[in-house]
Design a protein around this ligand. Sequence first.
Ligand code: OGA
Ligand code: MN
Length: 275
Amino acid sequence: MKMTPMAPDCGVQIDGVALAECSDSEMQAIKQAIYEHGVAVFRDQDFTPEAHITFGKRWGGIDVNNYFPLQDDYNEIAVVKKEPDQQTNIGGAWHTDHSYDQIPAMGSVLVARHLPPSGGDTMWAHMGAAYDALSDELKAKIEGLEAFHTADHVYKADGLYAKTDMGRDLRGQDMKTGAVHPVVIRHPQTGRRLLYVNNAFTIHFVGQTREQSLPLLQELYSAALTATNQCRLQWQPGTVAIWDNRTSWHNAINDYQGHYREMHRITLSGEALAA
Ligand code: OGA
Ligand code: MN
């Protein structure tokens, strides 16, 4: 396997491995690279739905997303799609998946199934590099803080997506979610300190109202994007991306209006997070 960084502080491209038939030691090296770099990209993969599911189970377990439509024949696979007539896409702003769960999903294995003629890239940002780059003053301010996360305002019957043309495709409008996590977590495998708040699902700091929390949250969100901690993936047929929701944020760029895009996602189970 050959590993090539995608940006100075985020992402790695891994060549010379077939995910569907990698050895145990290759799997171990792939996991470690994703924990460290936040996302790994694999090109020219022959990844059938069966291989996709087998790989997810082999990694350590699959969480089924409560909101996205599921693939008809394979209920472990969530379909992330945008039709030519739709304006809104899924994940079209910086976020991390499933931070509203008590035990948030470790990450995702996303496979390109139908791509627009151009555009539809995905970006990631590294939250370890983000934490390291915070001023000492900001680090001191968030030391020991916890935050409350939920997805209810996004997915409920009168939530953000329901107000758009993506609302028709989503499930789970009756779900109730909510979880408290430290604002700075330690990565369960690498031990690195990571900033763990995001603009999609983090509502407030514990012990503060939304209004009291917002100025510091906004300051963190803008400080979290540095000159070197983002990478951008141009998908091709056969591209697979696997990311770590603790190490990274991601953002699906919505710049292919009038074209169809369909991705298949398997969500990998995670563990409880601690400071
Ligand atoms: C997701 C997501 C990114 C993309 O599946 O969680 O944000 O590029 N997708 O489709
Ligand atoms: Mn996402």
